[in-house]
Design a protein around this ligand. Sequence first.
Ligand SMILES: [Zn+2]
Length: 274
Amino acid sequence: MAVTGSMNAKHARSPVIKIVAGENEIFSEEDPDAALNVFYVAKSLLIESSSYFAIVLDSTPERAVVFLPEHDYEVVENWLNLIFNGTLNIQEKLPLAFATIQKYFVFANLVGSEKLKNVITDSFQEHPIDWTLNSLRALQDDYSSLTTIFDIILEYHAWVIVTEGWAGFWGSPDGIVAWNKFICDQDNCSIVNQLLLKIDELNSGRLRKRLICPSDRKDCKWHEHLNDETKAKCPGRNGKPDAVKVVINGIEHWDINDSMLKTNGNAYNEINPA
Ligand SMILES: [Zn+2]
């Protein structure tokens, strides 16, 4: 499957496919002629952007209409905007709620759109707001499929502990009380164990100043890519291909070559190792 960034004239030569989100057409009072959940999209663009459409549109006789099981037409609308112009515009405060992320991940899995999944992950990763231990508990209990989001938050806490020490992590006497309360809850055992393992991982053989804050990463660590070809074409966050920002002695470096990440198996590469 080719990876494209937007719609172009080539797509205008392609037949148009009617997509209906849900079983029935939904009309609004403002515009009774245009169904809110019906979209007309160039077949070639759908095939390029979605492994699901690539399969369902490769049929004889040719299909002109596809009904999606997704009833939330705003999700479909936002995905189409993303494949049309490369921008995802969700009208919701950031960081995105877990329920919203789950909804978009389910749809991304349905249509086979790694781009949608990765853009949602990037958006979450950029906003380390309210990433508490209780967020990890909420993910464990109610959103167990969001393993990537769990790992981002887990690594963030481990990063704080490794770079600022436990005192920095607790922050205040209230923080110590909250931590003690958290670890006394049996249901948090798994989270605490995973946190300690993550701290070991970050500590192992690395210099603290070369660790990267999870919210600052620009590479594909938490991306999903179907194959090496789509990964090679991934712009990463901020349009830098596979770039990792590392600060050494207060100077920012962009490591464009991620070969070290591949060889050492985790994210904590070193630039110009001694
Ligand atoms: Zn990527």
